[in-house]
Design a protein around this ligand. Structure first.
Ligand code: GSH
Length: 227
């Protein structure tokens, strides 16, 4: 197999970048990572990112891939073993719930941008409801479907990570009475690939990002007065 050169154009907080890094790590693929400032995109980034977003995977500096799901599936396909189930139906089931994970990320973005307590609480309830739905799909093992780590787990690692930070500002009951989600969250938190996907100052960086939203969550952080 020809060894390709992989260069991931990234952002320190982006959950879609994180799922790509987790896949690279899980498949033992060598890569370099360049974080960019999305508020001040470098000139070289604009022509290589058709949608103006990260992650971008440069393959041998000749091919440019975008969209995290495509990047993860490509990386999975070109390396031995697969992080997707072999059975087509099972694989489709995983892919469907990966899409669901992306929709949770949109809800999380709406949550941290919500200006009022009412909107914030509604979004909290909507997100909890998403996890209630996932709870019904899970096997009850460490990961989404048992003890083997799949691509879907690479998607939910960065989602659960938000709650590590959110939990420090307020009382969240997102996972109360959802034992399978709690088990899953804890297993992902310890998974080396998931840990590696962000730097140690992730919590601090995310808190700074949340403060800049000037939203309800910014008020909660300010009220706590820790930052
Ligand atoms: N559907 C895309 C979503 C990627 C995405 O939304 N990335 C965000 C950062 S997390 C981005 O680059 N936004 C552009 C910007 O902020 O200008 C994927 O899966 O790769």
């Amino acid at each position: 197999m020809k060894q390709q050169n992989y260069h991931l154009v990234s952002h320190a907080l982006c959950p879609y970048v994180q799922r790509s890094i987790i896949t690279l790590e899980e498949k033992n693929i060598a890569y370099i990572r360049t974080d960019i400032d999305l508020a001040n995109k470098p000139a070289w980034f604009v022509p290589i990112s058709p949608m103006g977003k990260v992650p971008i995977l440069l393959v041998d500096e000749t091919h440019t891939l975008f969209e995290s799901t495509i990047i993860c599936e490509y990386l999975d396909e070109v390396t031995p073993g697969s992080l997707h189930p072999v059975d087509s139906l099972e694989k489709a089931h995983h892919r469907a719930w990966i899409e669901f994970g992306s929709s949770i990320l949109s809800e999380i973005a709406r949550l941290y941008n919500a200006k009022t307590e009412l909107d914030f609480k509604d979004l909290q309830a909507a997100i909890r409801n998403c996890f209630r739905q996932i709870e019904r799909e899970m096997s009850g093992g460490a990961f989404f479907s048992g003890e083997k780590f799949h691509l879907i787990d690479a998607v939910y690692g960065p989602i659960f990570r938000y709650f590590e930070v959110f939990d420090t500002f307020t009382q969240w009951d997102t996972f109360v009475d959802l034992p399978k989600c709690i088990l899953w969250r804890n297993a992902l938190k310890q998974r080396p690939s998931v840990v590696t996907a962000v730097t140690q100052d992730y919590g601090k960086l995310l808190t700074g990002f949340l403060l800049e939203r000037e939203s309800y969550i910014s008020q909660l952080i300010n009220k706590q007065g820790r930052y």
